[in-house]
Write a protein that binds this ligand. Structure first.
Ligand SMILES: CC(C)(COP(=O)(O)OP(=O)(O)OC[C@H]1O[C@@H](n2cnc3c(N)ncnc32)[C@H](O)[C@@H]1OP(=O)(O)O)[C@@H](O)C(=O)NCCC(=O)NCCS
Length: 205
């Protein structure tokens, strides 16, 4: 199947997978996905060493739009996007700027439904998001932080081209066990090189 990535100002599309801006109509569904269960499975993997901070729906709504307004005021792309697969909201993907002088940018991803894990959505969403960010922003690197117990995250990021840049040993405790904090990153030139290799392959196939 030929993958066509369409990028308009706010929508990134690859076949049945869409990364798009959060709309007011999404908020109730997102709130349910994030906070609907007492002990959600996704939180066992997404920074499980921090408790899930439960907020009211109004707070969630205000926070989301505050963040999007700030992006608009700073004239940068919306920093939080819904991940939609086959027309269904499955997660969120985001970025934040750690240092605006160097444009040090970090990304985050959560697919809230375990039934959607390990089917390639995370890898593709990370790839689409990284490409979009390199295209839209004057950044030289995309980074992400995880922990050594989250092998799915590390594997998905590695498939996109992220390298482990730092392993801080025994910095996290999850269910009584020590794990390493893992910092991964990909430089613009590495991304460009991978795109060139992919383009070559497509020409030769
Ligand atoms: C982490 C996450 C975004 C990855 O997305 P995904 O769609 O599940 O990942 P993919 O299917 O694209 O890739 C996962 C890879 O890990 C492998 N994998 C799956 N389960 C695994 C396991 N238990 N241990 C090791 N590897 C595993 C898969 O086989 C696949 O590799 P492969 O294609 O070489 O076979 C998603 O699982 C998720 O949101 N999890 C919950 C929240 C979370 O952990 N967020 C990240 C916080 S840093």
């Amino acid at each position: 199947m030929v993958s066509i990535i369409t990028r308009t100002e706010s929508v990134i599309i690859q076949d049945e997978l869409v990364l798009r801006c959060v709309e007011p109509r999404d908020l109730a569904e997102l709130y349910e996905l994030i906070y609907g269960e007492d002990e959600p499975e996704w939180k066992r993997w997404d920074a499980p060493y921090y408790p899930l901070e439960r907020v009211s729906y109004e707070h969630f709504e205000q926070n989301t739009f505050k963040r999007l307004r700030a992006d608009e005021e700073e004239a940068r792309p919306a920093s939080i996007r819904v991940i939609e697969a086959d027309g269904e909201i499955v997660g969120l993907i985001s970025y934040y700027i750690e240092d605006s002088l160097s444009m040090w940018l970090e990304i985050g991803i959560v697919i809230y439904k375990p039934s959607r894990w390990a089917r390639g959505i995370g890898t593709r969403a990370l790839q689409m998001w990284s490409g979009y960010l390199f295209e839209q922003m004057p950044i030289v690197r995309v980074g992400l932080t995880t922990w050594s117990g989250n092998e799915r995250m590390m594997r998905a990021a590695a498939k996109v081209g992220f390298q482990i840049e730092a392993r801080l040993r025994k910095c996290r405790i999850v269910l009584g066990e020590y794990y390493d904090s893992i910092r991964m990153g990909m430089l613009r030139e590495e991304w460009d090189q991978m795109c060139a290799i992919r383009a070559d392959r497509n020409v030769n196939n």
